[in-house]
Design a protein around this ligand. Structure first.
Ligand code: KIV
Ligand code: ZN
Length: 563
C-alpha cells in the first residue's frame, strides 16, 4: 500500500536497562497524583476555561483528593496570572494542597511566576525545557550545551527566588521536566538533571523530575525500559522524585503509565478523562480505577463518577465518549443476550452472598463503587435475548418470569425491537409484557367468581368454584370442584369449547407496588392443536389470579388461531 514506508517512519531506538526488573514486578503502590487539567488540559481546549470554570475545576480536583494541582502558566497571560491570585487571595487552597505553576526557562517569566505566588502556602515551581536533538536542530538551532545551560542558569535563578519564598514561610518544591524526554538522549537528560539536582537539592528535599512522553512515540514496554534505565543511572537517585507525564498519541497512555510505575516511577501527571493536546494526556481516572479493580485503593475519590463527568463536560465543553473506560454512558451496559444472561446470573450469585470477591461476568468492577446504578446495565435492542428482558421485568417491575416462559417473551421483544429498529425503554418493555400476557380479556372474560375451600370426607382439600364467564354477548354460568382453583375451573368449563386446553405448568409470586400487593400467576397451557401458550393473571386474590391467567392464555391461543 505504501511504498518505502520504512524510509519515512522508523521507530526510535530507546535505551534498554542492562537487566530489566520491571516485568517481574506487580503494581501495588499508589503514586503521587498530580492533575495537569488546568494547564496542559486547558491549553488544548477549543474554548479555554474561564476563571469561573477554572475555580469550579479546582474545587472538583480538591474534592477528588488531589494534593498536587497544576493551576496554570501564570507568566503566559494576565488571565492566568490573575487566576493564581484569585485562588490565593480568595483562600480557596486547602492547607494540604500544593499548587503547581509552570514556567519556561526565561528569567523575566520566572520572576513573573514567583510574583504570582506571593502569599501561597504550598507551591511546586515547575520549569521545563526541551533537550531533544530534533528541537535543538530544527527549532532552536543550538547544541546540547545551549539547551542545558539554559536549564542550569534558570535553576540558579529559581533557587534564589525560591530561597526568598522559603524565608517568607512558603513550602516550596521544584519540578523539572525535560520536554520530549522520550525523543531525547537519555544519558544527556540524566546529565542535565543531575546538575539541576546539585543546584536545587542542597540539604533536604528532593527535586521532582518529571519525564514526559510529550508526544507518545514509544511502546509502553519501551517507555518502562527508559524509565528504569533513567532511575538506575541517575546519580543520587534518592534525592529525586521520579514522575512521568504520558501523552496518548499511540493510544497507550494508561498502559505506559502502568509500566512506568512498575519501572519505579513514583509520581503521575495526567488529566481527567485524558483531556490534553492532540490525543490527550494520560487519563488519571482510568489509571486510578484500574488500580481499584486490582484491589488497591487509589486514594482518589471517584465514588460519584457521573457528577465528575457532568462537571467536566460542562466546564470544558468536551464530551466523554460513550465507551470511555468506567465513565462512558454505555460501559456498564449489555445489549447482547448472552452477556445479559451471564450478568443476570453473576449478580444473583453476588447477592446470594456466596462470593466475597467481585466476580460478575462482563463487569470489571462493581458499578456501585463509582456511583453507577445497576438499572442501566441491561438494555434491550435486537441483539438482546430472553435473559435481559426477564432481568429487567424482575429488577424494575417485580415480575419473575418462569424459565419456560422466557423464550416466549424473548420472541415478543425481538419482534418489537426489529419492528421499531431501536432500543426499548424499560417502560415499553413492561407495556409489551402487560399487553401480551396480562390484559387479554376477549373473547372470554371472567365476569363474576366465587371460591369456597373445604375438606372432603377423606381429609382432602377441595376448592369449589362458581362464576360467570362472558364470551362475546353470551354469559355462561359455570361451576366445578377440584383439588385446587385451576382444577376446579377446568372442571367448570368441561362443557364449553375450551375444554380441550391442557394445563401444563403454574407458578406464582407476590408483586408489590407501594403498599399494594398483588399475586401474579403464570399459566402455561397446551392448546388443542398442541402448541404451548402462556398467560398471566394479576389479582389481589391468588385464586382469581390463576383463573385470569388461564383465560388470558386461552384468549391468546384463540387470537393466534391455535385451536
Ligand atoms: O508534555 C509535556 O512535555 C509537558 C511538559 C511541559 C511537562 O506538558
Ligand atoms: Zn504535556
Amino acid at each position: 500500500m505504501f511504498e518505502n514506508i520504512s524510509d519515512k517512519y522508523r521507530p526510535d531506538e530507546p535505551v534498554r536497562p542492562q537487566k530489566r526488573k520491571w516485568p517481574a514486578r506487580t503494581l501495588d503502590t499508589v503514586p503521587i497524583w498530580c492533575s495537569v487539567d488546568m494547564r496542559d488540559g486547558n491549553q488544548a481546549l477549543v474554548r479555554p476555561l474561564s476563571p469561573e470554570d477554572k475555580l469550579t475545576f479546582f474545587k472538583l480536583l480538591v474534592k477528588l483528593g488531589f494534593k498536587e494541582i497544576e493551576i496554570g502558566y501564570p507568566s503566559s497571560s494576565t488571565t492566568e496570572f490573575e487566576f493564581v491570585r484569585t485562588l490565593i487571595d480568595g483562600g480557596h487552597i486547602p492547607d494540604d494542597v500544593f499548587i503547581q505553576v509552570l514556567t519556561p526557562v526565561k528569567e523575566n517569566l520566572i520572576e513573573r511566576t514567583f510574583e504570582s505566588l506571593k502569599g501561597a502556602k504550598n507551591v511546586i515551581l515547575h520549569f521545563y525545557n526541551n533537550l531533544s536533538p530534533l528541537h535543538r536542530e530544527v527549532v532552536f538551532d543550538t547544541d546540547l550545551e545551549g539547551v542545558s545551560s539554559l536549564a542550569i542558569n534558570c535553576a540558579k535563578i529559581i533557587k534564589k527566588y525560591g530561597d526568598e519564598c522559603k524565608q517568607a514561610g512558603m513550602n516550596i518544591k521544584y519540578e523539572y521536566s525535560p520536554e520530549s524526554f522520550t525523543s531525547s538522549n537519555t544519558d544527556e537528560v540524566i546529565g542535565v538533571c543531575s546538575k539541576l539536582m546539585d543546584i536545587l537539592v542542597r540539604d533536604e528535599g528532593k527535586l521532582i523530575i518529571n519525564l514526559p512522553a510529550t508526544v507518545e512515540n514509544l511502546m509502553p514496554n519501551q517507555f518502562a525500559d527508559v524509565i528504569e534505565y533513567f532511575i538506575e543511572n541517575l546519580p543520587n537517585r534518592e534525592k529525586a522524585i521520579i514522575g512521568v507525564h504520558p501523552h496518548n498519541d499511540r493510544g497507550t497512555g494508561v498502559a505506559a503509565a502502568e509500566m512506568a510505575l512498575l519501572a519505579g516511577a513514583e509520581r503521575i501527571e495526567g488529566t481527567l478523562f485524558g483531556n490534553g493536546e492532540r490525543s490527550g494526556n494520560l487519563d488519571i481516572i482510568t489509571l486510578a480505577l484500574n488500580m481499584l479493580s486490582n484491589g488497591i485503593d487509589p486514594k482518589l475519590d471517584f465514588s460519584d463518577i457521573l457528577s465528575v463527568r457532568k462537571i467536566y463536560e460542562k466546564v470544558t465543553g468536551m464530551h466523554v465518549h460513550e465507551r470511555h473506560p468506567y465513565a462512558g454512558q454505555l460501559v456498564f451496559t449489555a445489549f447482547s443476550g448472552a452477556h445479559q444472561d451471564a450478568i443476570n446470573k453473576g449478580m444473583h450469585a453476588m447477592e446470594s452472598g456466596r462470593r466475597k470477591r467481585w466476580a460478575v461476568p462482563y463487569l470489571p468492577i462493581d458499578p456501585a463503587d463509582i456511583g453507577r446504578k445497576y438499572d442501566s446495565i441491561i438494555r434491550i435492542n435486537s441483539q438482546s435475548g430472553k435473559g435481559g428482558a426477564a432481568y429487567i421485568l424482575e429488577t424494575q417491575f417485580g415480575y419473575i418470569l418462569p424459565r419456560p416462559m422466557r423464550p416466549d417473551f424473548g420472541k415478543v421483544v425481538q419482534a418489537e425491537t426489529e419492528r421499531s429498529g431501536s432500543e426499548l425503554s424499560y417502560e415499553r418493555l413492561y407495556e409489551l409484557f402487560r399487553d401480551t400476557y396480562i390484559d387479554i380479556d376477549t373473547p372470554y372474560r371472567l365476569a363474576k367468581y366465587k371460591f369456597d375451600d373445604h375438606t372432603d370426607g377423606d381429609g382432602h382439600s377441595v376448592v369449589d368454584f362458581s362464576g360467570t364467564l362472558d364470551y362475546k354477548d353470551t354469559h355462561y354460568e359455570i361451576s366445578g370442584s377440584g383439588n385446587g382453583p385451576i382444577d376446579a375451573f377446568f372442571n367448570a368449563v368441561r362443557n364449553l369449547d375450551i375444554s380441550d386446553f391442557r394445563f401444563v405448568s403454574y407458578s406464582e409470586h407476590a408483586v408489590s407496588s407501594g403498599s399494594d400487593s398483588k399475586a401474579a400467576a403464570y399459566i402455561e397451557l397446551m392448546s388443542p392443536s398442541g402448541k404451548t401458550v402462556f398467560g398471566v393473571g394479576l389479582s389481589h386474590n391468588i385464586y382469581k389470579a390463576s383463573i385470569k391467567g388461564i383465560i388470558c392464555a386461552i384468549n391468546r391461543a384463540l387470537a393466534n388461531g391455535d385451536i
